[in-house]
Design a protein around this ligand. Structure first.
Ligand code: C2E
Ligand code: MG
Ligand code: MG
Length: 555
């Protein structure tokens, strides 16, 4: 019978760190001091379907006196359901040669106790591995990666590290070439090579697919970049091995942040990576300038909806003027994001909203605000001028675009000659049909349309031929100069004449100087919009302009 004291001694020895080789050796040594044991071996068999990178069989010698007999080996086994098995081999000393039955019983009990702790620990680590590691490559998954990084942050100076987010360039191609099964093998080999490249105090993680993250010492970053940019892997097809060169897109964020926000370790590098992809650069390092830019974008994306609800988006109105009389013949509504102490211009937020698709929400919002204003001006007895509103080409996918515009006009009871829908010219052939359908519908609803930035694309003549529009707005680039050549005169003159012959109105935008005004006048192009008369004005200012009746024209 094993004395209680021994039982507790072994159990307290091992239960704290049952995975540690040193601890297991100490416990084995303790047992060998009590019984005639010459050698103890331990074999752990793990079910590898749970963990691809885990070793299938691990063998340890826990105790060795140097003199043991192999005549009477005691084998103790414990099976852990589907997870694996532990086998211990206990050899008697050379002097004893055999264990007595009583000694065998004791050793079996102590062995079972020992194996219980070791096996239980093994299962727990396996489970933990399964939730913190990518199941295909065995590298830490995002959760595991962050845990590892946080451990390192606690231990050492994380500011000496760069965080890196990268993906394998050319993997999609390889996957097509070798098929998905070999594709997985390529990724596994890549992951293995990566884990061999990094040092013990560095971390590499697998986010899934061909996306990886790594925490690399700054002093080794150049080598690491060199490694992933010039990586050569291979694929097997019909048992033939074919080498493939892979590149990478890499985003790097120096970790000078305090690590109280662990997600930053991935997200900062991910920002740089996203930027690298968007701008087709191989490597982007996050610096203050870029952080500012990306931060702005993030803030715009994140605050857009609340800002819209809070009424921070408003239309400003830029008058359109007849240069023969100085009278205001229309206006363009241009979106502004008004903050308590500053105004954000479209150049900052329109591209972000175009990218995430929210531009369609903004356009309808501005359109509705404009309709409300027109309805109000009519009610007050003012004679409103037609107002153009910009609609992004992102709307063209929406089959109901024209219907929705029509519904809003009807809802506010706005006269159909008081609104114009501006949409920029497209050089994209696929969009042509969508654009034609939309413009045709607008004609049926009797809503005026205008082609914005006319001449900036390459399809301008096609626009005149194919699209049923009411107006073209000649792009600023045609008049943006201090003097005009005969060539300018011929080009702009032809556009104006052709449009007029087709029954379209023509307006020119971006007029700032007398020279430009005279040039247009000489071409009989009389409608303009530009800083020469006014910048886009807040509603109140614009209402004053309307009441004053327009501008004085120099002769
Ligand atoms: P756009 O529709 O071509 O509008 C004309 C732009 O030229 C406006 O810029 C206007 O302020 C500017 N502009 C007018 N006259 C002059 C001038 O004499 N000189 C110079 N240098 N510029 C002049 P803004 O308001 O910054 O808008 C820029 C662009 O943003 C617009 O170009 C339009 O494409 C887009 N945008 C503005 N509001 C909206 C909106 O509500 N929806 C959509 N989808 N786009 C909008
Ligand atoms: Mg416009
Ligand atoms: Mg324009």
């Amino acid at each position: 019978m094993v004395e209680n004291e021994i039982f507790f001694e072994i159990s307290s020895m091992i239960k704290e760190h049952p995975g540690s080789y040193e601890v297991k050796k100490r416990a084995a040594g303790y047992v060998a001091g009590l019984y005639p044991v010459g050698r103890i071996e331990e074999t752990i068999l793990t079910n590898t379907t749970m963990l691809p990178f885990n070793k299938e069989r691990e063998d340890f010698v826990l105790f060795d006196s140097g003199y043991h007999s192999e005549e009477d080996v005691l084998v103790i086994e414990m099976q852990f359901k589907d997870c694996g098995k532990i086998i211990s081999h206990v050899y008697p000393t050379m002097a004893a040669k055999k264990f007595t039955e009583e000694q065998k019983n004791d050793l079996r009990v102590l062995g079972a106790l020992f194996q219980f702790y070791v096996g239980h620990n093994k299962i727990m680590t396996s489970l933990e591995m399964a939730t913190t590691n990518n199941h295909m490559t065995g590298l830490p998954n995002p959760k595991g990666y962050i845990i590892r990084c946080m451990e390192m942050a606690k231990k050492g100076d994380i500011k000496q590290y760069d965080s890196c987010y990268f993906n394998i360039k050319g993997f999609g191609l390889a996957n097509n070439m070798f098929g998905p099964v070999e594709g997985d093998n390529i990724i596994k080999r890549y992951a293995k090579d990566l884990s061999e490249f990094i040092e013990e105090d560095e971390v590499v993680g697998h986010l899934g697919g061909d996306n990886f993250v790594a925490l690399i010492k700054r002093s080794r970053m150049d080598d690491f970049i060199d490694f992933i940019l010039n990586y050569t892997g291979y694929g097997l097809k019909n048992e033939k091995r074919k080498e493939i060169k892979f590149g990478a897109s890499i985003g790097i964020a120096p970790l000078n942040i305090e690590t109280s926000r662990p997600m930053d370790i991935i997200s900062e590098a991910a920002l740089a990576f996203g930027y690298a992809r968007a701008t087709k650069q191989e490597i982007v390092v996050l610096d203050e300038n870029l952080t500012g830019k990306l931060y702005k974008k993030k803030v715009i994306e994140e605050t857009f909806e609340t800002a819209l609800e809070d009424g921070e988006f408003v239309p400003f109105y830029q008058p359109k003027v007849d240069i023969r009389t100085g009278s205001i013949v229309g206006a363009e509504a241009l979106a502004r994001w008004v903050k308590p102490d500053y105004v954000i211009k479209p150049a900052e937020f329109i591209p972000v909203l175009e990218e995430n698709g929210n531009i369609t929400i903004l356009d309808f919002y501005i359109f509705e605000e404009v309709c409300k204003d027109i309805a109000k001006w009519v009610k007050q007895g003012n004679k409103p001028v037609p107002v153009s509103v910009n609609f992004s080409r992102k709307h063209l996918d929406d089959d109901n675009l024209a219907d929705r515009i029509n519904q809003i006009i009807s809802r506010y009871d706005v006269a159909r000659d008081k609104v114009v829908v501006e949409i920029t010219e497209t050089a994209d052939y696929d969009e042509k049909e969508l654009m034609t359908n939309f413009l045709d519908k607008m004609q049926i609803y009797d809503i005026k349309t205008s082609i914005d930035d006319f001449g900036s694309g390459y399809s301008s003549l096609g626009v005149l031929r194919d699209f049923s529009v009411n107006e073209i707005k000649i792009d600023r680039s045609f008049v943006d100069r201090e003097e005009f050549s005969n060539r300018d005169r011929v080009i702009v003159g032809s556009i104006v004449n052709m449009a007029k012959d087709l029954g379209l109105s023509v307006i020119t935008e971006g007029i700032e100087t007398d020279v430009q005004l005279d040039f247009l006048r000489s071409l009989d192009c009389y409608f303009v919009q530009g800083f020469y008369f006014d910048k886009p004005l807040p509603k109140k200012k614009f209402e004053e302009r309307l009441l004053n009746g327009g501008y004085k024209i120099k002769n």
